[in-house]
Design a protein around this ligand. Structure first.
Ligand SMILES: NC(=O)c1ccc[n+]([C@@H]2O[C@H](COP(=O)([O-])OP(=O)(O)OC[C@H]3O[C@@H](n4cnc5c(N)ncnc54)[C@H](OP(=O)(O)O)[C@@H]3O)[C@@H](O)[C@H]2O)c1
Length: 320
């Protein structure tokens, strides 16, 4: 059973939902530690202070310094590591895993995934955004023998998916002010989503089900809907008719190629949206029940849209 949990990247975009959910979990975990950079410790001091009063212990250090990592494993005696580090530093986890294997105390490691299924089909090994996560999985397969590893695969965060990216609107998103919805290929294809709060819920559920989770890439989802159903929900909740602008998949692919060629940061987002539109989140059955999350436990489309409309998007979330 996860008892002493050490979190990396726990104040990040998704990490804060995960840390908050772990701290609020009932019954509580025995001890929760957060490893963070001195920069984050000062820039996010208010959030950390709130969490400290809920029992969090904070360790400051450099994630790329092996001595700091060894010190964190030794001083906390953590049995479980939850990593939510950002895309740019996914491969630093290879060293975190190596030192965890060496530690003698860490027994379970959840690497930073919380996204697209990177081993979904024959195209997956060549998808550019998957490369660092695939490298981590390869390292785990080849070198990690003692520590158990679980990947929590959530698909797209619905709360983010509804946003358009400036200059890449055709790849999808909902503009509440102008009541325009951008969808791919008519918006008829189903997509499996996770809300950002449910990512935290699923991580806690995973931590409560070690034996069912060891060695697995768990596919967990809040709800599975078509973009057209999302449009209908927005129309219902805003009381207005929306304009739907659809872009064929091959045009999204052209945009994707152009953005990669130009070295645009949003190329990753467009590739992922193309993968999701192609059915990259669909399974015969997901793993919600494997970690004890039953029908009705996860958030619904209705709840998700209601929250997004009331707080004006996930960036304004304050409830950590
Ligand atoms: N499914 C989706 O739609 C979706 C969307 C976004 C992200 N994700 C996934 O969620 C995971 C976390 O991503 P995120 O966007 O939440 O991460 P993030 O906010 O960019 O970063 C999380 C933490 O990682 C550490 N970090 C980031 N960049 C660093 C750097 N250059 N050097 C050292 N430390 C660094 C920082 O921790 P400290 O300062 O505390 O040390 C930071 O708070 C990733 O695996 C990502 O692919 C999925």
């Amino acid at each position: 059973m996860a008892s002493k949990i050490l979190i990396f990247g726990g104040t990040g975009t998704i990490g804060r939902y995960i840390t908050s959910s772990i701290l609020k979990a009932q019954p509580p975990f025995k001890q929760v530690f957060l490893f963070t950079s001195p920069n984050t410790a000062s820039t996010k001091a208010d959030l950390l202070s709130k969490w400290k009063s809920s029992g969090l212990s904070v360790i400051e250090g450099d994630i790329t310094n092996p001595t700091d990592i060894q010190g964190a494993y030794a001083s906390t005696g953590a049995d479980t590591v939850v990593s939510a580090v950002g895309r740019g530093v996914i491969d630093t986890q290879i060293e975190l895993l190596r030192l965890a294997e060496e530690s003698g105390t860490v027994k379970w490691f959840l690497p930073s995934e919380y996204g697209t299924d990177i081993e979904h089909n024959a195209k997956s090994p060549n998808e550019k955004p998957h490369q660092l996560k695939l490298k981590v999985r390869k390292y785990v397969r080849e070198h990690i023998k003692r520590v158990q590893v679980t990947y929590v695969v959530t698909g797209p965060y619905f709360d983010m998916w509804v946003n358009t990216a400036p200059g890449a609107e055709q790849a999808g998103g909902f503009d509440v002010d102008s009541k325009v919805a951008h969808v791919i290929d008519g918006g008829e294809g189903k997509v499996g989503f996770c809300t950002m709060w449910d990512v935290g819920k699923f991580v806690v559920a995973t931590l409560r089900h070690p034996e069912q989770s060891y060695g697995k890439a768990l596919k967990v989802q809040s709800f599975i809907v078509t973009p057209k159903q999302v449009v209908a929900e927005y129309e219902k909740q805003t009381g207005a008719k929306w304009t739907v602008e659809s872009t064929p998949l091959d045009e999204v692919e052209k945009l994707e190629a152009k953005l990669w060629q130009e070295g645009k940061p949003y190329a990753t987002g467009v590739t992922l949206r193309r993968i999701w539109a192609e059915g990259g989140t669909l399974y015969e059955k997901n793993d919600n029940e494997v970690v004890g999350v039953k029908e009705g436990d996860a958030e619904s489309l209705e709840t998700a849209v209601k929250r997004i409309l009331s707080i004006g998007g996930w960036q304004n979330e304050k409830d950590f």
